[in-house]
Write a new protein. Structure first.
Length: 126
């Protein structure tokens, strides 16, 4: 009887931290997904429906909202501008980070490799 009881206590101790992990992860998932669901529901409603009942399922869904957006030239201009900014920023970050990686990959410490942590600490802003 005590062996079974001890075994159950060990399982409980092992699974209790996992319970808290899953609880925290579930809360994070809800915090992330609720705005996305509200956004999708809102895109299928009229403006008045969105402001009067933002958390309800659209009944009936207004699929023509997507046709209006995709048919407007403003959407495509804004999408093009966003893509240009995305590409320019990505190329710039990769270039700058590559230069920084080159500096860190080529240490010139001579016979004293113990200075590496001091060199890395020197490059971090205070």
């Amino acid at each position: 009887m005590t062996a079974t009881h001890n075994h159950l206590r060990r399982i409980g101790r092992k699974n209790l931290p996992r319970f808290w992990q899953y609880l925290v992860l579930s809360v994070v998932v809800v915090i992330i997904l609720v705005p996305i669901v509200i956004l999708v529901f809102g895109s299928l409603k009229t403006g008045g429906e969105m402001y009067s009942r933002p958390y309800t399922i659209p009944n009936p869904p207004r699929w023509e909202n997507y046709g209006k957006i995709l048919g407007s030239s403003t959407f495509w201009i804004m999408l093009r501008n966003s893509l240009i900014v995305m590409v320019v920023v990505t190329v710039g970050v990769v270039l700058i980070c590559s230069l920084a990686a080159f500096v860190f990959a080529r240490p010139t410490f001579g016979a004293n490799p113990g200075l590496q942590p001091a060199r890395l600490g020197h490059h971090v802003p205070h």
